[in-house]
Design a protein around this ligand. Structure first.
Ligand code: SAH
Length: 346
């Protein structure tokens, strides 16, 4: 009897181009169910029935970049811009700490106002107050020396989605002044410095193909990131891709499972974008092999301004409501939100 492709991928922790195509296109319900179940089994073996939470603080939506998919791109004149002050950020952390968050993620556009000095000051102030917490930065492409300075100031992890591992595809999603090779170089620099690193991509971004997805998976195998963020592309009406179709939940779930199988220990979030395209998207993400959720800690006044895509969920909810809601959602599927840093388990 021949061994199933899912068992083979699990065994080899690798996938062929043909297997990927099969798993992403099959209409065989049994095979789809097996993919989800085995991916979840692998996650359970490493992380148990625990889900890690990260408090996301979207601290600026000013951005010097002009990525074609993103609602906070610099040429979007409809975006209402804001920056949080250091005090605002510290107060988000205080609320978050009381709610049981032990990782804070500072995410923003590439905003020159936040010089290295300002970032380092914010990072070290958070670390000083909450030494038991991990700090994740997601500030885009910087010089290696800047990444080094943030690390010295106390940052532990860095998220920088590669967006696509196919150079031509990358160029079709970004303006000419951005470069694929620089983005990839940043990820290697971050690894070299000793960050826990996260790459990732959007599912169903315009122009994505089976070949580009296969390259994404090969890149993950090569980089061996501690984290991987994937979520569906969702059009934002004031961008050049405003009329493009969104990525689907189905493809996102299948890819989450595949990533769990080929890179078993990775910290894999069920993203807000996944929760946006389906009311139970995040629960389904966990059941497909994800093990992290990242509720929003940003002040409610700015929530709806950090609009990377349309119809983003939870923009009216206080942090405490988001925390309680996610805890219930996870419990409804037999998982427990835990109060600790939630580091990568090698
Ligand atoms: N400036 C930072 C943070 C970017 S926002 C950086 O460059 O890393 C975080 C992620 O949101 C992006 O990496 C992108 O993958 C995702 N994103 C942006 N626009 C999106 C859209 N329209 N739909 C879904 N995800 C989007």
């Amino acid at each position: 009897m021949s061994i199933s492709p899912v068992a083979e991928i699990r065994e080899k922790q690798d996938i062929t181009r043909e297997q990927l195509e099969l798993l992403l296109t099959t209409e065989d319900e049994k095979l789809q169910e097996e993919l989800r179940r085995v991916a979840r089994e692998v996650a359970d073996e490493i992380y148990g029935k625990q889900v890690f939470i990260r408090g996301l603080i979207e601290f600026t939506n000013y951005c010097r970049n002009d990525c074609l998919y993103c609602g906070i791109r610099r040429s979007n004149a409809h975006a209402s811009r804001y920056r949080l002050s250091k005090d605002d950020i510290l107060s988000c952390c205080k609320t978050g700490y009381e709610l049981g968050f032990r990782t804070f993620v500072l995410q923003g556009g590439e905003d020159r106002f936040f010089t290295d000095e300002r970032i380092c000051d914010i990072v070290s102030s958070i670390k000083e107050r909450y030494p038991d917490c991990a700090i994740t930065l997601s500030l885009g492409e910087k010089e290696k020396s800047s990444y080094e300075a943030y690390k010295v100031a106390g940052a532990d992890r860095y998220l920088l989605r590669h967006e696509t591992a196919d150079c031509a595809h990358y160029e079709s999603l970004h303006p000419t002044e951005m470069s694929f090779s620089h983005r990839i170089q940043c990820l290697w620099d971050l690894k070299d410095i000793g960050y826990q690193v996260g790459c990732g991509f959007m599912v169903g971004s315009p122009g994505q193909t089976m070949d580009s997805l296969y390259k994404d998976l090969q890149f993950i195998k090569e980089l061996q990131p501690q984290m991987c963020g994937i979520g569906p592309f969702i059009p934002q009406k004031d961008t050049p891709f405003g009329e493009e179709p969104a990525g689907t939940m189905e493809q996102t779930l299948r890819l989450l499972s595949v990533i769990r199988l080929i890179h078993p220990h990775v910290l894999l979030p069920a993203t807000t974008a996944l929760g946006t395209i389906h009311p139970r998207g995040r629960e389904k993400g966990i059941l497909a092999g994800a093990n992290v959720v990242m509720p929003n800690l940003s002040p409610v006044e700015v929530r709806d301004k950090y609009k990377l895509y349309d119809n983003k969920i939870c923009t009216g909810d206080e942090a405490a409501e988001c925390r309680a809601c996610l805890e219930k959602r996870m419990e409804s599927i037999g998982y427990q939100v835990v109060v600790h840093r939630g580091d990568y388990r090698p």
